[in-house]
Ligand binder design. Structure first.
Ligand SMILES: O=c1[nH]cnc2c1ncn2[C@H]1C[C@H](O)[C@@H](CO)O1
Ligand SMILES: [Zn+2]
Length: 337
């Protein structure tokens, strides 16, 4: 029986392409790249899911090394983007932003523009085939040379279909402070920006992102037990892209009790629910909604509010946001009665 949470229309702003490939897509990509990976799904899953004994974000990020060599051609990126958007459409995600790092798909000579074009082609194909709108975000990597990130952002900005920028990667060793110049550079390019921050018990990274004028914060977990930082977050009308399962796996939150949801709700903070990485975290958006309902008593009206806030902060045109917002309200009406 499919659950209520499967049927609820959803908006997802924080989903990594390379962390969200279905096992069947990984098999196909491995064949295309002539790379030997286990043919057995259980064996493959062990390689591409977060290690059960992960203690840190860096442990969690290890499976991405398996995926990287599979995403080195425009055809592979197209197949990957189509696969992730298809999975989202199948669980009633109406709008999704899928992010990826061009840097990791340039090992055999692709240009930044070619990597983005591959992803955008897959998203367009999925939009033609399914009832979903899918947009592409480009990640700079925190641990990479700032000059490389600036070069990638500069080359990305004019590419058709590019909707926004992000910084992902090793937050513990590369805090927001070391990104400041590149963040300002990205902002000058006029492309909307979201930022991973607060995934490593480092509330200062969230504060500095907000001070830089960033309105969307990926994770924001470190707001837990920091009422002053939560107040600043609320004053800035920022949106937290929550990724619950991922945070438990990376130990950004040791347990549900350490997760800042109740504090954010009490402060009327804006937030939305996301998978982060469907495959690495072995989850989907339906499961994430279920977890919020079970552990935090999240109600249908709350889910609607989260989706409306996600829509308002999405990197779409105002006209597209209005249309999606009206659709969400109309579709939720049947679940609220
Ligand atoms: O949760 C995350 N935090 C920081 N970096 C992440 C997370 N999930 C994925 N990434 C990294 C690994 C991927 O290769 C990269 C681009 O999707 O982003
Ligand atoms: Zn992420």
């Amino acid at each position: 029986m499919t659950s209520l949470y499967h049927h609820l229309p959803k908006v997802e702003l924080h989903c990594h392409l390379d962390g969200s490939l279905s096992l069947s897509a990984i098999h196909r990509l491995a064949t295309m790249a002539h790379i030997d990976l286990p043919t057995d799904d259980n064996e493959l899953a062990k390689l591409v899911q977060a290690p059960h004994d992960a203690q840190t974000l860096m442990d969690y990020l290890r499976p991405f090394d398996v995926i990287r060599p599979l995403l080195q051609t425009p055809e592979a990126l197209k197949l990957a983007a189509y696969d992730v958007a298809q999975q989202a459409a199948a669980e009633n995600v109406r709008y999704i932003e899928i992010r990826f790092a061009p840097e990791f798909s340039m090992d055999t000579g692709l240009t930044v523009a070619e990597t983005i074009a591959g992803v955008v082609a897959g998203l367009h194909q999925a939009m033609a085939d399914f009832d979903i709108v899918a947009a592409c975000l480009v990640c700079g990597m925190r641990q990479s040379d700032p000059a490389l990130n600036a070069q990638i952002f500069k080359a990305s900005a004019p590419v058709s279909g590019l909707a926004g920028f992000d910084f992902a990667g090793n937050e513990a060793d590369y805090p927001t402070a070391v990104l400041t110049d590149t963040v300002k550079y990205a902002q000058r390019l006029g492309v909307p920006l979201t930022l991973h921050a607060g995934e490593c018990h480092c509330v200062q990274n969230i504060r500095e992102a907000i001070e830089l004028g960033v309105k969307r914060i990926g994770h924001a977990t470190a707001l837990h037990d920091h009422p002053d930082a939560i107040a600043e977050f609320v004053r800035a009308k920022a949106l937290a892209e929550l990724c619950l399962t991922s945070n438990l796996q990376t130990k950004a939150a040791e347990s549900y009790a350490d997760y800042p949801y109740a504090e954010l709700m009490a402060a009327h903070a804006r937030m939305c629910i996301n998978t982060d990485n469907r495959t690495v975290s072995n989850t989907d958006l339906t499961r994430e909604y279920q977890l919020f309902a079970e552990h935090f008593d999240t109600r249908i009206a709350d889910f609607l509010q989260f989706n409306r806030d996600a829509c308002a902060e999405s990197f779409q045109t105002d006209a597209d946001k209005k249309q999606l917002d009206q659709r969400l309200q109309a579709e939720y009406a049947e679940f609220l009665n």
